[in-house]
Structure formats: structure tokens, C-alpha cells
Design a protein around this ligand. Structure first.
Ligand code: SAM
Length: 287
């Protein structure tokens, strides 16, 4: 089995397959030998669990996952990589490759088909160009997964895992908080990849909640308010929420009901306060 963190071995492998990196597919392959075992450990992979990987590349993280998990299913978009993976993953009989687009594939059906009742974690070094939409897709579909242990661009990690009330906190932070408990695990420098990207990375773990931390009457409307508030985050909510089609009087009335200042800005409100505010509009007939 080739050492997939050895640059010489990778170059020889890729040359055998006539493979060239695609920038548009976010292809930066891991070459730091300590990262993959740490990620496999962090996602809780054991012989009794399954792992869904997105973007296996040449199989560096995939091998580490197969050494720990009962079964690993990887979705890869690049049609040139199955031939490479057939070589690098030949020693593993608990590996299954699905060639397709993680943004459009029916993930719920795939999980049932491939893993049945087995607990499943998502573990991946995500392509940067779809990090946020992919994480949102995974969370919002309420897939039966225990956690998402993913490597993302450092700046994206700061937003996804931001503490409430901080500058880094945005609509995406509150969306993550609704579905999961977010934590930063460790940093990975740009030199850990071939080719090296222009940014550093962070491994984060989003542990999926069985129950959300609040129960708005209309979940979609709560997220409409959150997006409106953070879309104009320098403005007071009395002003920013007007972009959600609400009048200033109604916003002030709803704030009154919830004991929230209409002069507050988005980042000063917690998820529970957004939930209460959404309910005040919903029950108050402001919709
Ligand atoms: N896991 C490998 C590693 O860590 O070395 C490769 C990670 S590389 C950052 C991202 C991988 O995702 C690439 O193999 C790329 O082809 C694949 N990819 C990009 N877009 C994808 C998509 N929409 N669905 C599935 N895989 C995708």
C-alpha cells in the first residue's frame, strides 16, 4: 500500500493515472500524516459505526477511516478518481465509493441503503468552494448522523463555531447552533496539503442535536428573521427586520412582547430570542 502522505508516492501515483489537480473542485490533498488519524478518532469511528466521507480524493483520509470504522462510504464528484481509488483502497473490503455530487445526491436514501441502523458520522476534508452550502445541506436535511467532523477553511470555522455576541457570529452560526453543538478541534497549516492552498484550515466537530435548543412555531420564519437581521448587521433590528417585509410598528410591538430592545443589533440576540421574536409575529398576526 502506497504511503499517501509521501509527496513522491503521490506524484508517482498521479502520474500513473495521468491525473492533474482541479482547482475548481477544491483539490488540495492532505500530506500531513498526523491529521487523518486524528480526524478518524475525533468522529468516533469504531468497528460498530459507519462513516460517510465527502470528497475522498486519492483516499488519504479514507484509509484512516477504514482502519477504524466498520464501513466507509465516500462520495466523489471527479470522474477521474475512481480508478485511482481502486488502486489505493484495494486492501480495504469495508470501503464503498459512490461517484456523484454530494450537493445533489439523495443523502437520506444513501444512508439508509448503505448503513441501515448503524450509527453514522460524516468525516471529510471539504472542498472549500462548497463548505457552507454543504454543511447547511447536511444539517438542514436532519440526516440521521451523530456528528460532522470536517476540515474547513480557518475563516469559515471561525464563523461556524463563533460564540454568540461576537463579531464572527452570523446567520450561519445560529443555523449551526440550532442543529448541532459546534466545537473547534485543531488547526491545520496550509503546508499540510498538496498543492498548498493560500489559506490555513481548521478541523471542527458539529455534534448533531436530537432536540433543537428552542422550538419556534414556524422554523422557516425564524430563519427568515435571522437572515434579515444579519443581512444588515450594522443596523438595529427595528430597521434590519423591515427587509423581511415587516413594518417598524410591528417590529417594535413584537420586541415589546419579548422584552427585546428594538435598538439591539443582530449579534446581540440569542437563538432563543430570535425564536421568541418569530413567535411574537406568528401569534400576533404580523405575518
Ligand atoms: N479527502 C482528500 C484529502 O483529504 O486529501 C481530498 C480532499 S479535497 C480538499 C476535496 C475533494 O472533494 C476532492 O477530491 C474533490 O474532487 C471532491 N469534490 C469536490 N466537489 C465535490 C462534490 N460536489 N461532491 C463530492 N466530491 C466533491
Amino acid at each position: 500500500m502506497d504511503n499517501l502522505t509521501d509527496i513522491g508516492a503521490i506524484k508517482a501515483l498521479l502520474a500513473r493515472h495521468g491525473f492533474h489537480f482541479s482547482k475548481s473542485l477544491g483539490q488540495n490533498f492532505l500530506i500531513n500524516p498526523s491529521v487523518c488519524p486524528r480526524m478518524a478518532e475525533a468522529c468516533g469511528a469504531t468497528p460498530d459505526t459507519g462513516v460517510l466521507e465527502i470528497g475522498p480524493g486519492i483516499g488519504t483520509l479514507t484509509q484512516a477511516l477504514c482502519q477504524k470504522a466498520g464501513k466507509v462510504v465516500s462520495i466523489e464528484l471527479d470522474e477521474r478518481l475512481p480508478a485511482v481509488l481502486a488502486e489505493t483502497m484495494a486492501d480495504f473490503d469495508n470501503f464503498m465509493l459512490i461517484q456523484g455530487d454530494a450537493m445533489t445526491i439523495d443523502l437520506a436514501a444513501l444512508l439508509t441503503e448503505q448503513f441501515g441502523d448503524r450509527p453514522v458520522a460524516v468525516c471529510a476534508n471539504l472542498p472549500y468552494y462548497i463548505t457552507s452550502p454543504l454543511i447547511m445541506r447536511l444539517l438542514e436535511s436532519r440526516l440521521p448522523v451523530t456528528n460532522l467532523t470536517v476540515m474547513v477553511q480557518k475563516e469559515a470555522a471561525e464563523r461556524l463555531c463563533a460564540a454568540p455576541g461576537t463579531r464572527a457570529c452570523g446567520a450561519v452560526t445560529l443555523t449551526v447552533q440550532y442543529y448541532a453543538e459546534a466545537e473547534t478541534l485543531f488547526q491545520v497549516s496550509r503546508g499540510s496539503f498538496l498543492p498548498a492552498p493560500n489559506v490555513d484550515s481548521t478541523v471542527i466537530r458539529l455534534t448533531c442535536r436530537t432536540e433543537p435548543p428552542c422550538h419556534p412555531l414556524d422554523e422557516r420564519f425564524m430563519f427568515t428573521l435571522i437572515r434579515a437581521a444579519f443581512g444588515q448587521r450594522r443596523k438595529t433590528i427595528a430597521n434590519s427586520l423591515m427587509t423581511a417585509g415587516l413594518t417598524k410598528d410591528r417590529i417594535k410591538a413584537a420586541c415589546d412582547v419579548c422584552d427585546i430592545s428594538p435598538l439591539a443589533r443582530a449579534e446581540e440576540l440569542t437563538l432563543t430570542e430570535f425564536s421568541a421574536l418569530a413567535d411574537a409575529f406568528t401569534t400576533g398576526g404580523a405575518l
